[in-house]
Design a protein around this ligand. Sequence first.
Ligand SMILES: [Zn+2]
Length: 255
Amino acid sequence: MNIVESIASAVSRIDAKGWSEGTGGNLSVIVDSWDMRTKEGAEFPLSWDASALEGRMVAITRSGCRLCDVAIAPERELALLRIEKGKARLLWGLEGGGRPSSELAAHLMSHASRLASDPEHRALAHMHATHLIAAGMLCPEEEGPFTRLLWSMCTEALMFLPEGVGILPWLPCGTDEIGRATAQKLAKFRLVLWQNHGVFASGASLEDALGRAEIADKAAELFLLTRGGETRTITRPQLRELASALGLSPREEWL
Ligand SMILES: [Zn+2]
């Protein structure tokens, strides 16, 4: 599967979940190799230091695109950018005009942040994950208790999120400020909840990032479905037993 096929597959998964209503959601991938013809196109200035990504190529969705259209017209709905000093250069895509995602700052800053933590990192997806947003509105705005709640709902939550879930208090979207704050969180977490908005998921591939968000959202959904009733959750001793059995090292202070 090449990059465009991988993105098309990811957006159909996100769309099927209902996590990209309207023009919501955007995603990007660091591209190591590209097999289609490129040309030196438009420049998009960057208002922050992107030197950690200079020379890298990043494929990102168009600003204002509907994710469900990406698979139909990838050359119109995607942009392949090369990061240069102080700017991003269009190499492919945006055939009908337009700009890269309004969350370009959040994507590029977060790629730089994740790469510093994990050289295998490649993909980011911003999605309006319904159950995580709802659970975030009901729970204290604290990463430890929120993470433990998700871990206690279903076995895979701890397996796929041993470092937990980061929480970003509500901020206006599309700004350098939310980009910087997201990148800071992603230095420690692979999944960050934007309160009353959505999530930013990262991974070695889009499949990896989406899988992580799907598991966290399933845990949040289970919490919402069982809230108010007598529930039997995975206990702290059981979480320790699970971590020991799988050789995982989840955050000790949140177990
Ligand atoms: Zn959004």
